[in-house]
Design a protein around this ligand. Structure first.
Ligand SMILES: C[S@@+](CC[C@H](N)C(=O)[O-])C[C@H]1O[C@@H](n2cnc3c(N)ncnc32)[C@H](O)[C@@H]1O
Length: 263
């Protein structure tokens, strides 16, 4: 993950805060604000071991109850303040109420997770990133199903000016003392292959980042599955009849409906 010690960094949804602690203790990030969706009491109750004490000792600001999908929960003091906003292993939590479940269940888990990531990108670029900075947003996510079915590399497409710059392998051992946490339980998440995805609306300022392009964005590859290269129309047609492609097409159709409903 590309990090520069001079960056003003905001972490979103950092569960037990151990990722934020690692940024400070092992990557020399001095200007950090950490945020979690939970209240302080919920964080302490959920994660018996957490990094809140260590961050407080180092005078790092921790913002509680920050729901990245709900602008009203974002304190005014955070607006336009950061060079980089990071969301590690986002995942929707359990439904807060039966009525929310009833209202949104038709979108499915795939759609709801896409919406979470989409709102993270939207609010990062419209609210949180500083005009004069690098204007970068990162999401790390597992590269296994169901996470790799979220089409993360294309979630920015309805956001004006925002470009997907590429991805890097996420290497957990680069972040000592970071424990990837389960969303609603005091459990560690099993380590699997994961990628950190990178966006900016100032791509020319971030040209020095060494990133891998998405297969989905290459000529003659399937824009949904990343399969290819395809040399003939007949092979493309046959790929479109595959079970995997049809499944991803279904998720994509659902996502387009969600975006329309959001407008
Ligand atoms: C799988 S856990 C990962 C926790 C932590 N980021 C880590 O890497 O260990 C998913 C996290 O996403 C957070 N999250 C889910 N929805 C969110 C939202 N709307 N706003 C902020 N955080 C959210 C959850 O609170 C949870 O901490």
């Amino acid at each position: 993950m590309y990090l520069d010690t001079s960056m003003r960094v905001l972490t979103i949804g950092d569960g037990d805060l151990t990722f934020s602690r690692s940024l400070v203790s092992h990557h020399g990030i001095e200007n950090l604000t950490a945020s979690v969706l939970d209240s302080e009491a919920d964080l302490r109750a959920k994660y018996s071991e957490n990094a809140l004490g260590d961050l407080t000792e180092q005078k790092i600001d921790v913002v509680f109850n920050l729901d990245i999908t709900d602008n009203k929960t974002i304190p005014a003091s955070l607006l336009g303040q950061f060079d980089l906003v990071i969301f590690q292993f986002p995942l929707i939590p359990n439904f807060k109420s039966q009525s929310i479940f009833e209202r949104t269940k038709h979108w499915g888990s795939n759609g709801l997770n896409r919406l979470l990531l989409h709102k993270f990108l939207k609010n990062s670029f419209t609210l949180l990133l500083a005009e004069n900075g690098a204007r970068l947003a990162y999401i790390s996510s597992k590269d296994v199903k169901p996470y790799c079915d979220w089409d993360i590399e294309n979630l920015h497409k309805s956001l004006p000016g925002v470009r997907f710059l590429g991805w890097q392998q996420f290497v957990l051992s680069d972040f000592p003392e970071y424990v990837v946490r389960n969303v609603d339980r005091d459990k560690d998440v099993k380590s699997t292959a994961a990628k950190s995805y990178v966006w900016s609306d100032k791509p020319e300022q971030n040209k020095s980042l060494t990133l891998n392009p998405s297969e989905k964005h290459k000529n003659n590859y399937c824009a949904l599955c990343g399969n290819g290269p395809f040399s003939t129309d007949a092979i493309i047609q046959s790929h479109r009849q595959s079970r995997r492609h049809k499944k991803l097409q279904g998720y994509d159709d659902n996502w387009r409906r969600i975006l329309l409903e959001q407008d």
